[in-house]
Design a protein around this ligand. Structure first.
Ligand SMILES: C[S@@+](CC[C@H](N)C(=O)[O-])C[C@H]1O[C@@H](n2cnc3c(N)ncnc32)[C@H](O)[C@@H]1O
Length: 250
């Protein structure tokens, strides 16, 4: 009966916004979040903190509509999203598109991310890039070996600015907002893919107000919660979209 009511709400596009219930006055209430269902040792290597993974897991589990991830690398964040979708149980009907440059060469890595070869040559970077099939192959194997590949609808290799994505998403996780240049690349597509009421989570944006300001040229928020307020190790932020350059508020 409950699942019938849930699917009726879903068809009408009026399900309760569960992500919103994690916040009070724009502040995240940690005790409302479900715990991660797996220990940290389950996750591939990457740059997300336990709290960031927990928020992503809950956003994927309770978010409405389709999910877009920009910047998978080899799947630490993707694993949290996939677990959330698995535990929500509706991953066959809600889409999850995962986008990354998908590097197969260290020179491409350096030029796309504006870093030097010394950085790219670190084992953590060079090993997946130089694996046959590059970082996208490692991403898919990491999801497959954890029994999660089925929960991903599309793995898209390319620049998020111009790959084919859906018209809009209920939740977007973007790990490509590290500087103003990256925000200028992904901003226009975020503006198109988000709607008022959608959720956007970004990593590595909290430290510099000028990055939040740069993002606000494309997307504004009812509130944009910086996870560093809950955990000083966390660099991510999550907010409910108020308006975008492409879409006015409801
Ligand atoms: C910090 S890493 C992501 C880490 C990952 N989320 C994790 O949990 O470990 C940033 C990723 O964003 C990707 N990226 C940056 N800008 C992009 C763009 N415009 N289009 C597609 N991918 C992009 C890079 O290729 C890189 O894999």
């Amino acid at each position: 009966m409950f699942s019938q009511i849930k699917s009726m709400f879903r068809e009408q596009g009026s399900e309760p916004d569960r992500i919103g219930s994690f916040f009070q006055d724009g502040k995240l209430l940690l005790d409302r979040l479900d715990a991660l269902p797996e220990p940290m040792s389950f996750f591939p290597t990457g740059w997300m903190t336990p709290l960031e993974l927990q928020v992503l897991y809950n956003a994927a589990k309770y978010g409405r509509g389709d999910f877009l991830e920009i910047g998978t690398w080899i799947g630490k964040s993707s694993t949290a999203i996939a677990l959330g979708r698995r535990d929500a149980g509706d991953w066959r009907t809600r889409k999850y598109d995962a986008v990354d440059f998908g590097f197969v060469s260290l020179t491409d890595f350096c030029s796309a991310l504006a870093v030097g070869m010394e950085y790219a040559a670190q084992d953590e970077i060079a090993r997946p890039v130089l694996t046959p099939g590059g970082t996208m192959a490692v991403l898919m194997e990491n999801l497959r070996s954890r029994g999660l590949l089925d929960t991903v609808t599309s793995v898209i290799r390319g620049n998020a600015a111009d790959v084919p994505v859906r018209e809009h998403y209920g939740v977007v996780f973007c790990d490509a907002t590290h500087n103003e240049a990256e925000i200028a690349v992904v901003g226009p597509m975020l503006s198109r893919a988000l709607r008022p009421g959608s959720w956007l989570m970004c990593d590595d944006i909290h430290e510099h107000q000028h990055l939040v300001d740069a993002l606000s040229k494309y997307v504004t928020f009812d509130f944009f919660h910086l996870l560093t307020h809950s955990d000083s190790q966390s660099k991510a932020a999550i907010g409910r979209v108020k308006a975008t350059a492409a879409h006015k508020p409801r």
